[in-house]
Structures are given as C-alpha cells and as structure tokens.
Ligand binder design. Structure first.
Ligand code: NAD
Ligand code: ZN
Length: 405
C-alpha cells in the first residue's frame, strides 16, 4: 500500500494551493479534492503554469463535497483531511442560502457521515472556519468592561451610525482582540454555515475518536487569491479596480477594520496543526492579531499599483457586514507556538508583484452589488438630508439610553 495521503478539499483554491505547496515541501503526499467552481476559477480553469501539479506527490480528484459518492472515492488511503472547500461570499450567502448550506453544511456532513459508517484510516481533521462566526466580536466599554454588541440594524446603518454601541449602557465602545471563547453570533448565512460546520466536526470527531482542529481564519489575502470572484476577497477586488484605473469605493466611512493575514501564515498554521497534537480538540484563531482599516489597506494597495485617484467613501453599506474584528492569538501561540511572520507591508508587496503577472480581469463588482440592491440587502444610497434626519434620531436615542442607565 502507498503512504497514506493528506486530502485537501478545495485544494485548487486560494488557501488550498498554498497549503498543498507547503505540505509537498514537507514531503507529504497530497490529494486535492475540488469541483473547480466556475465562480472562482472561471468557465475554463487553467492550471497549466502550476509547477505543483507536476509533482509526483500531488494527485487531483475532481469532485463535489456535497456528493457522498465523491467522498467515498476521495477518502481512500487518506490519513488526514484538511477541509477547505466552501462557498465563501458573505453577501452572496444572504440570497444563495440553499447553495451555501448544501456545500458548506451538507459537504461537512457528508464527510463525517462517511467516516462514521465506513472503514477508513483518517486520524486528523482540520477545518477552516472563519472569524465571521463571532459576528461583531469583542469590544471594551469604559463602564461595563468586555461586551459583545449584536449585529447592527438596518436603521442604525441607514443613519450612518457605523460604530456599534455598548449593548448594556449604550455608550461608545472600542473594538478589542476577540478570543475564541467569545460569544458566537453569526451575522450572515455564510457565518451560520461556518458555525454549523464547526459544531458538526466537533461533535462527530469526538464521538468517532478522531482528533480535530478548528481554525477560525481572519481575512486571508495573498498571491493566488481568485481575481475572478467579485463576491469575496477585498484586496483582489480593489486591485482589479486599480488596474483598470477606477476609483476604489469604500463602504461605510472606510474606517471599518479587518485582520489581514497572509496566506503563507495560514498554511503554516495548518501544517503545525497536522504535525502536532498540541491543537487537537481546540478551536483557534489564525490572524495577524492587528486591526487595519479598509481605507488604509486601499491606500497601501493604491500606492503599490499607482492609483490615479484617492479611495472614495460612499456611505453605502451591506447588511451582514461587521464593523470591526481582529484576533486574539494567545491560544494558538500557546498550543502551536504560532506567530504570524508576514507583515502587511511585506504581504501586500508580494501580493502586488503576483497581481502584476496576472491578466486584468473584468470588474464584475457592479453585478455583485446589483444582486444585493435588487434584494434589499444593500439599500440604495439615501439623500443627504434624509440621512441627517435619521442620524439625529439615532443619536438622540443613544443619549437617552445612556442617560437612563
Ligand atoms: N479567504 C479568506 O479570507 C477566508 C477567511 C476565513 C475562512 N476561510 C475559509 O477557508 C476556506 C478556503 O477558502 P479560500 O479563500 O481558499 O476560497 P477559494 O474560493 O479560493 O477556494 C475554495 C475552493 O473550494 C472549491 N469548492 C467550492 N465548492 C466546492 C464543492 N462543492 N466541492 C468541492 N470543491 C469545492 C472551489 O472550486 C475552490 O477551489 C473556506 O472554507 C473558507 O470559508 C477563508
Ligand atoms: Zn456599557
């Protein structure tokens, strides 16, 4: 029998390929299980230039994780599963609910169902979950301490009251690093499917006695991220627009923050989770541990790609988006001695060098936002006077609530 392999679902995707490259360097045989989703790969996927696929250690299986028969074929002689295959667009998930549930929840259920009912040699499962399961995540209130504000309502967003307030005393609050034991509160269908994946894996893996690690990835960016997919990947979307000479439009006031982690750091975390038992049974954040505003990242990218115009704040917003979020990395550091190595500065330079070797993709963001507007998930822009009225109303409400505590 040949050496047991590591199965990487979504192995031809952005993170999957990076994980595969690292594992091949470390001499693992890998099997990439992917359905070559056209939203990510285009109608005619092209992997001709990819050296990795010429390696004798790499096999590819074209299949769909939501099909039980495909798992039966893929899991032959597999000792570890790195489960990455998923539909990943937060906003798109709000109206493609069945598709997201079938791939993300159904796909994970099909994996576990196979393991529960058939002979196999799988002795590790690694699941890529997402920081989105936290919803808004952790904030500090000067009066109440650590708080977890609920998802922002359409009314507050229409009033441009972007910053969440303390759910108890309604005072202004500041985002802080979110630890893994924070309350989970998915604000999108995508996030709900990621949390469901986590629960399925935790319960089944424990019952089956298979060590499992759940990684909650923050905003992953880097070389290889699909430039074709207008539904996710903020840096890919911005870089397409910059290369076409367009102005980047920022939602809200551009001061919303994300934790941008380079894909090579994510691959290292996955490899550590595979090689060590230090994270077995754990749920761990993977990120840079630092917040960066979307405006800042647009400016840094614009500097590198020669932006003709400064980014423009639109005041538009999408239901389901969170305001802030960055990871507390204490647990992953303790369990796997993991520290991110690639700074945003260096990671963006690497990303831009790669982008410049790629064809300029048509900007399909208008199509993606049009789909949201048509469904009321991204309200059309309000006239300034209507927004000013609403803003005053929300501020009065906040003052009245804070004063009453
Ligand atoms: N990129 C991020 O910022 C980020 C953040 C948090 C979590 N994650 C998670 O990491 C994982 C990988 O994300 P990514 O950024 O590499 O996405 P990606 O879209 O680049 O890759 C996903 C891959 O899965 C494949 N796929 C989709 N549906 C499939 C199906 N039904 N059967 C088989 N293959 C299928 C796609 O063809 C693609 O190659 C996902 O689970 C995602 O939820 C990503
Ligand atoms: Zn408070």
């Amino acid at each position: 029998m040949t050496t047991p392999r590591v199965l990487i679902t979504g192995g031809l995707g952005f993170i999957g390929l990076e994980v595969a490259k690292l594992l091949v360097r470390r001499k693992y045989p890998v099997l990439l299980f992917d359905n070559l989703n056209p939203q990510i790969h285009g109608a005619i996927p092209d992997f001709c230039a990819l050296q990795l696929l010429r390696s004798a250690q790499v096999e590819v299986f074209r299949g769909d994780v939501s099909k039980p028969s495909d798992w039966a074929a893929a899991l032959d002689n597999v000792r570890a599963v790195v489960h990455l295959a998923a539909e990943t667009g937060t906003a798109q998930s709000m109206y493609e609910i069945s598709r997201y549930a079938e791939t993300n929840v159904g796909g994970t259920a099909a994996l576990l169902n196979y393991l529960a009912n058939h002979k196999h040699v799988v002795c590790k499962i690694i699941l890529a979950s997402s920081r989105s399961v936290y919803g808004e995540g952790a904030y500090e209130c000067s009066r109440c301490g650590l708080v977890y504000p609920p998802a922002r309502s359409d009314e507050t967003l229409r009033a441009a009251a972007w910053q969440p307030r303390c759910p108890t005393c309604w005072r202004p609050i500041d985002a802080t690093a979110t630890p893994e034991d924070a309350r989970t509160a998915p604000a999108s269908i995508y996030a709900a499917t990621k949390l469901a994946q986590e629960d399925l894996v935790r319960v089944a893996a424990s019952a089956l006695g298979i060590p499992a690690v759940v990684f909650r990835l923050q905003n992953v960016y880097g070389e290889g991220q699909s430039l074709k997919n207008p539904y996710t990947g903020i840096l890919s979307i911005f870089s397409n627009q910059l290369r076409m000479g367009k102005t980047i439009h920022l939602y809200e006031d551009g001061q919303e923050t994300r934790d941008f982690v380079h894909v090579s750091d994510v691959a290292r975390a996955v490899a550590l989770g595979l090689a060590s038992d230090g994270a077995d049974g754990a749920t761990l954040n993977v990120g840079s541990g630092k917040p960066t505003s979307v405006e800042q990242v647009a400016l840094l990218l614009g500097e590198r790609l020669g932006a003709r115009t400064a980014p423009r704040v639109t005041g538009e917003y999408r239901l389901g988006d969170v305001r802030h979020g960055y990871a507390d990395l204490t647990s992953i550091h303790t369990r796997l001695q993991f520290t991110p190595e690639v700074s945003l500065d260096e990671g963006l330079t690497r990303f831009v060098e790669w982008v410049q070797t790629q064809p300029v993709e048509p900007d399909r963001l208008d199509k993606a936002t049009g789909e949201l507007v048509a469904r009321g998930l991204m309200p059309a822009h309000l006239p300034d006077d209507a927004r000013a009225d609403l803003t005053a109303k929300v501020q009065d409400h906040a003052h009245a609530k804070a004063a009453s505590r």
